[in-house]
Design a protein around this ligand. Sequence first.
Ligand code: C2O
Ligand code: CU
Ligand code: CU
Length: 508
Amino acid sequence: MTGPAVISRRLFLRAGLAGLAVVAVGTLAGCDLVPSYTPMDSFGRVDFRQPLPLPPLNEGRMQDGARRFELVAQAGKSRIIDAGSTTTWGINGPLLGPTLRVRRGDHIEMAVRNDLGEPTTLHWHGMHLPAAADGGPHQTIAPGETWSPNWVVDQPAATLWYHPHPHGQTERHVYRGLAGMLIIDDDNERELGLPRRYGEDDFPLIIQDKTFNKSGELLETQRYDNGMLGDTILVNGAVSPILTITAEHTRLRVLNASTARSYNIGFSDDREFTMIGSDGGLLRAPVALTRLHLTPGERAEIILRCAPDDELTLRSYPHPQGLPTAIADATGASDRLDILLIRAATALTPSSPLPDELAVLPALEPPPESTWRRFDLRGFRINGADMDPSRIDVTVEVDTTELWEVRNAHDKPHNFHIHDVQFQIRTIDGQAPPAHLAGWKDTVYLPPRTPVQLLMRFSDHTDRNMPYMYHCHLLWHEDNGMMGQFVVVDPGETAGTPPPIRGDHGGH
Ligand code: C2O
Ligand code: CU
Ligand code: CU
């Protein structure tokens, strides 16, 4: 936090009464952004008191050589804060969804039933698969319907996730609770001796921010520049959670499943942790860090080392990341947030040392500069255009490597996500990325006015009519049109026509 102007506008927290209840008493005096968000500080103020819930593990059922999952999107009631219960949405339960676990090579069959009473979709974020199985805005599941995509998993071990993607309605559907993790295993990862026992030394941490009213009901609040910023932090659907550690090394699969908020995670004693995986799989080698910035949609696998009886807090630290101070304050980037209390047991199970090498990643060669594509993000538009579900923006030939130069032409935060592929960051502002951003990624932060070059290879699945999406993963931006569509076609083919979106609410 810098300067008295910021401190005078800080929110004061009343912790302990209703989990993370927050009362705004700041003023907007002297603020140059109207209306604005007031930076929050909950360091040391959260009354941590409930065990971290673990989403149930669902490995599907083997049937006729396929791994089959049955998922139901449904409404339910959840008591998230003490004040009372609220309507929430979940998969196979009232809030969030099971952790799906699959293996590389599996033939997956999904059966997704929509019991919500309004159209939705379910998107497998980070998965390489046919466009018709992707669960984007064109794969609407009408109320009462079941959608049954299938595909073969052909990508490295990774921590992916799934969430709805209905046209113009994604923010609301995710905010109400529809999201879950999707873990891919492979032989390489299995042989490295990494912590991998779910719920013992391997935990999902699904981090979200929400706002509740006095009776405990989930509130949709005002959108600031980047969307809704909640005053209450949840992990795996729970406020003020405590994780009890029982192993020397614990693997945390961290997912930023917030609609708008970014986090800059670290531990209260500033201890080093080791990042082993990014969005699309293991890094080449472990990377020691004390802070890690995660924008909406990004994941990281980290190893936390504990000694017996350690007690520490997982926090989010201020993270200007290239933002002017007023914009950092207005977008939650100046916030100081306590997320999770971690307590190590008195006796810890020994863990094997981390290997020096984790995975072999190909070096993607950039194509000739004349073929590079450029994407400028500004306002709610990409290259000056709003999302139009009937328009194909980009046509890619299968089995080619492309270079996309993406630029946030704005002082506000944005990020960029591409469906179907995992990319490698070639440069950020002309420089090679830091080691923790040098692995497989599907979502990347875009600092203001900074070109970011991405290399990716499009393979296997062609469909001239059915598009994949690329978009800002700040979901309010996405819903408002900051999204485009690409098709992958066979050599010599041209783009076709996307089918109309069924049950379209028309976006905004
Ligand atoms: Cu996580 Cu297009 O989505
Ligand atoms: Cu996605
Ligand atoms: Cu954006």
